[in-house]
Design a protein. Sequence first.
Length: 129
Amino acid sequence: MKLLFGCLLLALLAGCSEETAYKKAEDAQDAGREFIRASLDGNFPKAAFYLHKDTVSLLVFERWKTGFQKMSSEEKMSYQQSNILPIEIKNINDSVVSYTYSNSFKKIPTTLKVVRINGEWLVDLTELH
């Protein structure tokens, strides 16, 4: 019984600390790359770690998650196997960076905004292009 309780406690603690296992982005490029890779892989807890949690960003993120979950296994695999193709990473100012990329599967240019908030670089999806 103690062994079962111990295993359950360890599983609970591991689940609670999973988000903190991700490394904070060192710069805007790092935040963008980590968010994009996690999104392409369908690793939404990791992608959410690098997401600015404002209302619009959360709504866009939830829509992407729902769409990804509805994809066929083959399409998910194609995203997971794709490479990130940076097109332009442009500093708007000292706290905002425009990150334009595509991926080797869909090859559709997309621009994210990466913002520094309280010293932390996060992806802001409010102006997704």
